[in-house]
Design a protein around this ligand. Structure first.
Ligand code: FAD
Ligand code: NAP
Ligand code: SF4
Length: 695
């Protein structure tokens, strides 16, 4: 029965002359770790892609190759282009394609015409403001330079064909990259044949296609990544529901799709949004799944070529239904393919409950990319570390105790049991999940529940013995060979006079134990938990992830990566928090600057919209019946509040390690109980997994 529900995803898909064995496409992700110094696929890259092929993806798109360094001399990726070291690239490509072939998987590399205003120093169709530095205007390309770029795209396609690839995808008329800029009147002010009427604005896309088909033959597949709507109302300004669109309207998106088909494109891979409306471009957990499907359905009515659809589409039932109803032909899973390379195989085998879901946190993927760090995945730390983090059967299976069923303990228990160890997982509470049980109650973070659902299933599948409602002491662990201590944290209690006053609550009192909270609230601490607590306490009425998502779109909350966050000044009256909330921190910087780049804005903007105040550079004096006494910029003030809520960070809870070590028991500290630095779930899961692979 289960397989039947997903049958539409398991049918072959014809793209031009290329047959894809199923409807699962691994989305194009820019992953520096998969390339060597000259753009060739590294050993890590081969392992990364092979894992996705083995996991059942019928088609894999690579991240974009940028063969345009002649024209953009300061291009940030200039050292990583395949044409610089063609032999090395070809060797690696041949090996990769052989490996993928063993699983029947096809691969289509993306070729980029350029970033345009999305990257510092790059050239644009016209002189328009850079995204990251709007005060600066990007230089416009000359006609010769445009021709040069197009020729390079064609030459790269020819080269890729010689390497054995069956086609390429043109990057990209989406996310506001160069080709997207050419296509929009808003960004293309040229008066030559590359500007003006739509036909001219699409000229690059047409000349690229015609050149590739002429050189590679009509059977060589050419796909286009196309955003059907931009959702912007200006540079660095996302649009409301898109009704005041200055970028691409859906109507124009559909017209572009018709023309691309007429030019001879074999396939369109559609989504929405761009850097300026990042909420759409890389939808976080605050946007519901499948929001792009109605747009995909609209384009399906206009064209006959296959339509692939991506953008938080990681619900197999949703994707299967959309295919069955003719709203798309294949699903593009980007972040979801990082989170679980075996996503398609698990669907095909009728056990989608075992899929490790992408929770749309962006923490270890996009936030890492924007911080210049190696991309991976919060729920799957082995992503992009396939060659280092290898799971092999344990030589000597051990009897292992795990104390604490939070993310660290869970990831350790499942991975250790998979290797053949005999694992018992203890937790003092009645539920697995640790702090994730609290996190999942924050509006928009309900998705964290999915991680716990996955782990619950995997504990059963791997045969871990689960002992809930069991507070462990050292004596109970005498019979185990080794102990993984994952006991997490205790909330930090700051040293402030009157901290034991009856008005003082911890975030656990509020979020876990549901202590009553008054109308006037001061929150001490502007870290992730301070923000989440403020989100929870300020929700107007019954908040759900969906209405928070709609709220943000509806009120035009600024999604741009570098913007401080906040509403457009002309925005309408907003639903205010039912409480007066003030958030405080001791540091002088901007409150919330430690939150993730791609999602932090949504917290700041939502809270500001609800009237929550944020005050930095505070010195706490005392708490008494009048409220919280503080110095703000040296000035004494009394914040007259009903409750002071402590969100002042956390301290590792590692007391159990001392008696265990005294007993001579090998003890390993993982997750929050290890050190007070970077206590987040990404590190907890990574540490649990790493230890399980080594023990
Ligand atoms: P914990 O999750 O703290 O689990 C420890 C477990 O040990 C608990 O279940 C406890 O009952 C058990 N235990 C302790 N002592 C004993 C004992 N003696 N015997 C038996 N059991 C014991 N992180 C992110 O990365 N991103 C987020 O968006 C995010 N949001 C959050 C929102 C909120 C509201 C909160 C509270 C936390 C959030 N976090 C987030 C932090 C994240 O949840 C923690 O970093 C993570 O849970 C730490 O995992 P852990 O396994 O080390 O410990
Ligand atoms: P945190 O992010 O370290 O923030 C702690 C806050 O408390 C800071 O604002 C700090 O600011 C303040 N503080 C620290 N010591 C203090 C003291 N002695 N007295 C008064 N204030 C003090 O920790 P957290 O909020 O507890 O979050 C825990 C972990 O969960 C973090 O790793 C966080 O990243 C993760 N998390 C992430 C998210 C997310 O959305 N990505 C959400 C929730 C939690 P000052 O020192 O300036 O006062
Ligand atoms: Fe998804 Fe978060 Fe993993 Fe990124 S880090 S792939 S958003 S679960």
């Amino acid at each position: 029965m289960t397989t039947f529900l997903y049958a539409p995803l398991l049918q072959p898909l014809q793209i031009g002359k290329l047959t894809i064995p199923n409807r699962f496409c691994a989305g194009p992700l820019t992953l520096p770790s998969v390339h060597g110094p000259f753009g060739e696929f590294s050993q890590d890259g081969l392992a990364y892609y092979e894992a996705r092929a083995k996991g059942g993806f019928g088609l894999i798109f690579t991240g974009a190759f940028h063969p345009d360094t002649l024209v953009d001399p300061v291009h940030p990726l200039d050292s990583k282009q395949p044409l610089k070291a063609p032999k090395a690239f070809q060797r690696s490509a041949v090996e990769l394609l052989e490996r993928l072939d063993a699983y029947g998987t096809k691969m289509i590399p993306q070729i980029s015409m350029g970033y345009g205003r999305n990257a510092p120093g790059c050239f644009c169709p016209s002189e328009i403001p850079y995204y990251h530095d709007p005060a600066r205007l990007a230089p416009a390309l000359t006609k010769d330079q445009i021709r040069q770029k197009i020729d390079q795209m064609i030459a790269t396609a020819v080269f890729f064909q010689q390497c054995g690839f069956p086609g390429i995808e043109v990057h990209a008329m989406h996310w506001g990259y160069l080709l997207d800029q050419f296509a929009m009147t808003f960004m293309n002010h040229r008066t030559d044949e590359y500007g003006g009427a739509l036909e001219n604005r699409l000229r690059c896309a047409r000349e690229i296609l015609e050149g590739i088909k002429a050189a590679c033959g009509s059977g060589f597949v050419v796909s286009m990544r196309l955003a059907l709507k931009s959702y912007i109302k200006g540079y660095n300004q996302p649009s409301l529901h898109g009704e005041d669109e200055v970028g691409r309207t859906l109507e124009e998106g559909l017209e572009i799709a018709r023309r691309l088909e007429a030019y001879g494109y074999d396939c369109l891979s559609v989504d929405f949004g761009q850097y300026d409306s990042f909420y759409y471009a890389a939808p976080p957990c605050y946007m519901e799944k499948g929001r792009v499907i109605p747009l995909s359905a609209a384009v399906k009515e206009q064209v006959k070529i296959p339509i692939l659809c991506g953008g938080r589409m990681n619900d197999p039932a949703l994707a299967a239904q959309a295919i069955a109803e003719g709203k798309m032909d294949g699903v593009v899973l980007g972040r979801a393919s990082l989170a679980d390379p075996d996503f398609p195989r698990k669907v095909a085998m009728g056990c989608p409950q075992e899929i490790r879901p992408c929770i749309g946190c962006n923490q270890a993927c996009l936030d890492q990319i924007f911080a210049g760090k190696i991309t991976s995945c919060l729920v799957n730390p082995r992503a992009c570390h396939e060659t280092e983090m290898v799971s092999v059967p344990a030589r000597t299976p051990k009897k292992l105790a795990v104390v604490g069923a939070g993310p660290a303990g869970l990831s350790f228990a499942v991975n250790a049991a998979q290797r053949g160890h005999v694992v018992t997982l203890f937790d003092a509470s009645a539920e697995i999940g640790g702090q994730f049980n609290i996190a999942k109650q924050i509006p928009g973070k309900e998705e964290f529940y999915e991680t716990l659902r996955y782990f619950r299933r995997m504990l059963a599948v791997t045969g871990v013995t689960l002992a809930l409602n069991t507070r462990v002491d050292a004596a109970m662990l005498a019979a185990f060979d080794e102990v993984a201590l994952a006991t997490g944290i205790v909330p930090r209690v700051p040293d402030i006079d009157g901290i034991d006053h009856s008005s003082v609550l911890t975030y656990l009192d509020v979020l876990r134990d549901k202590a009553p909270v008054g109308e006037r609230v001061a929150i001490i601490g502007c870290g992730g938990i301070g923000f989440d607590t403020a989100m929870y306490l300020s929700q107007p009425g019954e908040a759900t992830s969906q209405n928070i998502a709609e709220f943000c779109v509806e009120w035009g909350i600024d999604t741009s990566l570098n913007a401080p966050g906040g509403l457009r000044p002309e925005g309408p009256v907003l639903p205010k928090s039912p409480r007066q909330i003030v958030m405080l921190q001791r540091r002088a910087g901007k409150p919330g600057d430690g939150l993730g780049k791609t999602t932090g804005w949504i917290h700041r903007a939502t809270l500001l919209a609800r009237g929550v105040k944020m005050i930095p550079a505070v010195s706490y004096q005392r708490i008494d019946d009048r409220g919280l006494h503080v110095l703000i910029n040296g000035e004494p003030q009394v914040l007259e509040v009903d409750n002071v809520i402590i969100c002042a960070g956390q301290e590792p809870q590692q007391a159990l390690a001392v008696p265990l070590r005294a007993m001579g028991k090998p003890v390993h500290l993982i997750g929050g109980c290890d050190v007070a630095l970077e206590l987040d779930a990404r590190r907890a899961i990574a540490q649990g997994t790493q230890l399980a692979l080594e023990i």
